[in-house]
Design a protein around this ligand. Sequence first.
Ligand code: NDP
Length: 481
Amino acid sequence: MSKKKLTTTGGAPIASNQHSKTAGQRGPVLLEDYQLIEKLAHQNRERIPERVVHAKGWGAQGTLTITHDITKYTSAKIFDTIGKQTPMLARFSTVAGEQGAADAERDVRGFALKFYTEEGNWDLVGNNTPVFFIRDGYKFPDFIRTQKRHPKTNLRSPEAMWDFWSLVPESLHQVTILMSDRGIPVGPQYMNGYGSHTFSFYNKEGERYWVKFHFKTQQGHKHYTNEESVKVIGKSRETFQEELYGSIEKGDFPKWKMYVQIMPEMDAEKTSYNPFDLTKVWPHSDYPLIEVGELELNKNPDNYFQYIENAAFSPSNVVPGIGFSPDKVLQSRIFSYADAHRYRLGTHYEALPANKPVSEVNHYHKDGSMRFFDNNSGNPDAYYEPNSFNGPVEDESFAEPPMRISGDATRYGNETDDDFTQPGNLFRMFNDEQKQRLFNNIAEAMDGVSEEIIERQLKLFDKADPAYGAGVRKALGMVVA
Ligand code: NDP
């Protein structure tokens, strides 16, 4: 087979890709050697800013297949027929580490899904945990500072982490999950995924329901202990990539069963916990899991950078039949994710192959970086709206029903002080070995932290369950009465 011709980015054939152009055999390189300049300039521009959070990631392409009928809750077309298959992209990540960080670290994992539906992209940008450390996006930048490097030492700071967690009791639920067995998964396919936030569904009759999304691993949960992870990282820093990429290459496709929990709209005023609080779950006994479908990852992208590094997930991407909720962290992320991508990738980032919807895209946003797509209105005179030139128009039939939960605007504090019942429930679910590993993991993570901060945190464990505080004290070598 004849090989393709090597060219400049301008398409001109290249005669030599081996030597720069010099004035004489032993003379200096000429400025006119554009091939050399182009090659070096491209290398200088190979990196884009890494994500401030979730920088280290692994991903694949796949399919969501609908297996059960939930059309009484939502008119979203992705769910309209049993057997329907929608192409999708998944990206998993650690939260705190930079792009070169080791995969087998104790951290929450991002679990981001992009579904290319016939009515636009639906992004579910969740985690491998059903809750998060904070219930208000206002605290997010401060929380993330405590997970990243100290400004002077340039090291991660357990002092900052435990200081923040001990001063913000709403973090206890997520801290308990993070320090539990599930804190270091073996690979993306061995963990559950959760939409984490409460979203809403609305059906053809305009009835709204609150919804939580769950993806349960079909490979079984597999996790490393602290000791195992030290050995694993000593051998390879890329274990998640190896696990995910390797199993897909072998044809061993990872699968998750998709479920929803559904809450009728006005129940939100009655539950003992705030159903929009991201530090809380909805107990399964109150709102059971309803099976929806199966997610399968079955293709490694041909180019990691193009499809995984350039993937831009945002909770702002919802489709008709799916809406937001008053969850304060969700509300902040609706702004901040799309904003991060405009900064990191460029104005028209949604036209990149990883992000491009399969449905028609018609808008009047104009120029800016990456305006490489055509005038898609079909008529160059239709470049504003309203216009008389047959440009795209709105369609009232997609109007969302009004959200009935609202009140007076102010900066509301916590509704109740109950940051302890649910972490306590989780703790009481663990058997003795799981509890002991939790105590040990916490004691190890507290190494070097000031006594005052440790004491403050121990009081929070006590409030969740006295045996929780006692167990951590013992693991820390303290005398327990
Ligand atoms: P259930 O007894 O009905 O379910 C327990 C849940 O806990 C299961 O979903 C299980 O996941 C999950 N789980 C088990 N071990 C861990 C762990 N180390 N870290 C995180 N999750 C774990 O419980 P309830 O609904 O009554 O809730 C009890 C507690 O379970 C909650 O306070 C919460 O901490 C936790 N939980 C609840 C979830 C919910 O949506 N209700 C979701 C996840 C956790 P699996 O089935 O895959 O083993």
